[in-house]
Design a protein around this ligand. Structure first.
Ligand code: GLN
Length: 419
């Protein structure tokens, strides 16, 4: 039996029945070579020690969750006290967070085992994984292609059998798009349903923490663990919507509302928020090296110009531009209006059905080094995913690449939809 081919729930069941120990399971994943560049950090020693502790709890009958003993990979923009959180950037290359994100606390409390931190586009800005300072992750289905982005490593890890489950983040499609490219399942929850405390912010009004898995049942089990309001994130909120009756009423969304404006509105809002969120990386508090004896001014300039890659710098400039006096009304306010209009249209479309059905991506996963040449084309590939972020609605990408958008807090229904 190849342990790394089993689903998360199958692993959990075998661990519960003592057919496998969680040390054996953890070792099986960590012994596989990372041929997809899926991880930025893997820590075998740490994970095996955790697995031993968890096994002791399981043996004493203390374990509680449906995924106890199951390994998981975590995207590298989520704070972990036991691993560095680089955000795929040179700026945070050696940053070890002093605290755990709420999702990490929940995963640990559920006796899951974090095996490493996954590769990603720098500060989650990108659609191919290629803006990572650590190099692109390869697509396990075809290693001449990218795994997608920005949760490139999380998708490659699950699709390539390096982890049974992974956390990603989705601001404009970064969980669903790589899931579609790699042929796995991706859930972007309702905005606020999962606490963002400890997530290194990209665009706070759009950011969500989501799940990459082999199937919907695994995602449902993990969602149960990570969801819920958190006093440390004042935007978090969870109120399950009334369950819909099966068979679900699915409406094909043939024409996107304001289709020409969704992507521009998304990039204006995302860059505006990013320019404010990333202002803290001033080279003084982050990116500072103890061995550097230069003046603060020198460090500031060095870190600002060399700490960030070109995509991040471009977006900070774009964000500052759309927020600047004279252009604020013309770009930023207009983008907010588009966001509101799209939300109204989508909510209207959801009135007489349970889910809207649309594709996740506009084409196949790009070949490596192909898309960076043409950034505008790359932005356009986000057409179908940004809708769920602009509206805040939950969306699920199935392994065939189709996407379902549901009503607020309808994750349980979405995840019980079968292809
Ligand atoms: N591709 C989009 C962007 O570059 C989405 C990123 C994301 O969801 N983090 O902004």
């Amino acid at each position: 039996m190849d342990i790394t081919k089993l689903t998360a729930l199958e692993l959990a069941q075998k661990i519960k029945r003592r057919e496998l120990s969680c040390v054996e399971v953890t070792r099986a994943f960590l012994e596989k070579e990372d041929i997809y560049n899926a991880f930025i950090t893997r820590d075998k020693e740490y994970a095996l020690k955790r697995a031993e502790e968890v096994q002791l709890r399981i043996d004493s009958g203390e374990m509680c969750s449906a995924l106890a003993g199951v390994p998981i990979a975590v995207k590298d923009n989520i704070c972990t006290r036991d691993f560095r959180a680089t955000c795929g950037s040179k700026m945070l290359e050696s940053f070890i967070p002093p605290y755990n994100a709420t999702v990490v606390e929940k995963i640990n409390a559920a006796d899951m085992i974090i095996i490493g931190k996954t590769n990603m586009d720098e500060f989650a800005m990108g659609s191919t994984g290629e803006t990572s300072f650590f190099g692109a992750a390869l697509n396990p289905l075809d290693t001449s292609r990218c795994a997608g982005g920005s949760s490139s490593g999380s998708a490659a890890a699950v699709a390539g059998g390096l982890a049974p489950l992974a956390l990603g983040t989705d601001t404009g499609g970064s969980v669903r798009q790589p899931a579609a490219y790699c042929g796995i399942t991706g859930l972007k929850p309702t905005y606020g349903a999962v606490s963002r405390y400890g997530l290194i912010a990209y665009a706070s009004s759009l950011d969500t923490i989501g799940i990459l898995s082999k199937n919907t049942a695994d995602a449902a089990a993990l969602f149960e663990i990570i969801k819920g309001a958190d006093y440390r994130d004042s935007t978090s909120f969870y109120k399950p919507c009334e369950r819909a009756k099966k068979p679900y009423r699915v409406k094909k969304l043939d024409k996107l509302p304001l289709s020409d404006y969704a992507v521009p509105a998304y990039y204006i809002i995302a860059c505006a928020e990013a320019s404010s969120n990333l202002a803290r990386y001033d080279g003084v508090r982050f990116g500072h090296r103890a061995e550097d004896t230069k003046s603060v001014e020198e460090l500031f300039v060095k870190s600002r110009t060399r700490g960030f890659g070109s995509e991040v710098k471009k977006r900070i400039m774009l964000g500052n531009f759309v927020l600047s006096a004279g252009y604020y009304d013309e770009y930023y306010l207009k983008a907010l209006k588009v966001k509101r209009l799209i939300t109204e249209e989508i909510m209207k479309a959801l009135k007489d059905c349970d889910f809207l059905l649309l594709p996740t991506v506009t084409g196949a996963a790009p070949k490596l080094n192909e898309s960076l040449m043409n950034p505008l084309e790359m932005y356009k590939t986000d057409t179908f995913t940004v809708i769920a972020n602009l509206t805040g609605l939950p969306a699920l990408t199935l392994s065939d690449g189709s996407q379902l958008i549901g009503k607020p807090f309808s994750e349980t229904d979405l995840l019980s939809y079968e292809i």
